[in-house]
Design a protein around this ligand. Structure first.
Ligand code: PLP
Length: 397
């Protein structure tokens, strides 16, 4: 790798060397279409089915419950749209099995846009009733509001396991209990959690789990969705009927093999996640002691061991990110700049963070490749950059 220090692993990760090696033969020699009946086709088919077994081990489910997708966004869309299309007979406003229509979806205010923006769009189109349950300033979901929101008209509850900006872990098993008590289904967006915490369909109480390969050292463009046995969805599109008819299109065998290899490595590496947590804790405590007026968002809650969301009060996060980039350190800003207007992230807004904290939120996210030396260099660079950025802002204003 280059001498850049990469601390933006919640955005995407480097593909593991073992993953590249496992994929390579499927580009060069074993390139058959997994649905062809000749030898090359059968070899690809066998590789896809072996990969399904491996991904099922990561997700604590059975292989037939796994389908391969292109990414987390697709998995989330397939659950939400696929469930709505399945349940409603548009001519009668009753479900296809005759029960009163369930049109309600319950989610939280800190979901990824692939869930939240889609749900808002469906709400605007009149396709669903939507309840968005708030979080408090620590990122904790209001469970009383969740309990109140889920009723006998709720079709789906969609809650992420780990929040992408803060790493805060949500009590999805408890929420699944509330959902199931009312006959609703539970979707868990585990895109940020995969490879960082143990995942098991039954322990999570999940009817659907979304994961995305590029977040745990597989390539971009491949992910998986679990669909609990006995449940069905409508596909987003139609074609050759691959992946149980839910995801037509020739399977990207090399990517699927890469996903499975990364899933195996992720399971094996779970035990060493404490090393990453120790590095993250060191990063946070060093930065907090060296940079005045800084704080950690979400630190009061159980959270991923790899994520540090540090607010540099009264600094623009974008400016801090640029200054660190100039020092060879890749991190990301929660605050996004849309058409020249700097806005705090939706997550910081949902947590009700004051503007001076929300605008200065910078995310450092580690991986199993992060070293202690890199953390020390990142601390040095941050301690140097933040006061400089603050001074420039005062001069400019
Ligand atoms: N869900 C969460 C929690 C995420 O963090 C992301 C990506 O950052 C996604 C879904 C979307 O995943 P993908 O980029 O694979 O579409």
């Amino acid at each position: 790798m280059s001498s850049l220090i990469y601390l933006d692993n919640n955005a995407t990760t480097r593909v593991a060397d073992e993953v590249v090696s496992a994929m390579t033969p499927y580009y060069r020699d074993l390139f058959g279409n997994a649905h062809a009946i000749h030898t090359l086709g059968r070899q690809s088919h066998d590789a896809v089915e072996a990969a399904r077994e491996e991904v099922a081990l990561l997700l604590g489910c059975s292989a037939p419950e796994v389908i391969f997708t292109s990414c987390g966004t697709e998995g989330n869309a397939l659950v939400i749209r696929g469930l709505l299309d399945r349940t409603t007979d548009r001519t009668t406003d009753r479900t296809t099995d005759g029960a009163p229509e369930r049109k309600k979806v319950v989610t939280t205010s800190v979901e990824h846009p692939s869930v939240l923006t889609l749900l808002y769009a469906l709400q605007r189109a009149g396709a669903i009733e939507l309840t968005v349950v708030p979080v408090d300033a620590t990122g904790s979901i209001d469970l009383d509001a969740m309990r109140e929101a889920i009723d006998e008209r709720t079709l789906l509850v969609s809650v992420m396991l780990a929040q992408n900006e803060t790493g805060v872990l949500h009590p999805v098993a408890r929420i699944a209990g509330l959902a199931h008590a009312q006959g609703a289904l539970m979707h868990v967006d585990a895109v940020q959690a995969a490879g960082k915490v143990p995942l098991a369909q039954d322990d999570l109480g999940a009817d659907f789990i979304t994961i995305s390969g590029h977040k745990f050292h597989a390539p971009k463009g491949v992910g998986a969705l679990t669909i609990r046995k006995g449940l069905s969805l409508q596909p987003l599109w139609y074609g050759g009927g691959q992946e149980l008819g839910l995801r037509s299109g020739t399977e990207p065998v090399p990517s699927i093999v890469g996903l499975a290899t990364a899933a195996r490595l992720a399971r094996e590496a779970l035990a060493s996640h404490e090393r990453i947590r120790a590095l993250r804790d060191r990063l946070e405590s060093e930065i907090l002691s060296r940079v005045e007026d800084s704080s950690v968002n979400g630190s009061e809650q159980p959270r991923l061991g790899n994520t540090a969301n540090i607010a540099f009060h009264d600094a623009y996060a974008d400016e801090v990110v640029r200054a660190l980039d100039a020092a060879g350190i890749c991190v990301s800003a929660g605050a996004a700049c849309h058409s020249g207007k700097v806005e705090p992230s939706g997550t910081m807004k949902a947590m009700g963070k004051p503007l001076r904290i929300a605008m200065g939120a910078v995310r450092f996210s580690l991986s199993r490749y992060t070293t202690a030396e890199e953390i020390d260099r990142a601390v040095e660079a941050t301690a140097e950059a933040v006061p400089r950025v603050r001074r420039t802002m005062v001069t400019a204003s």
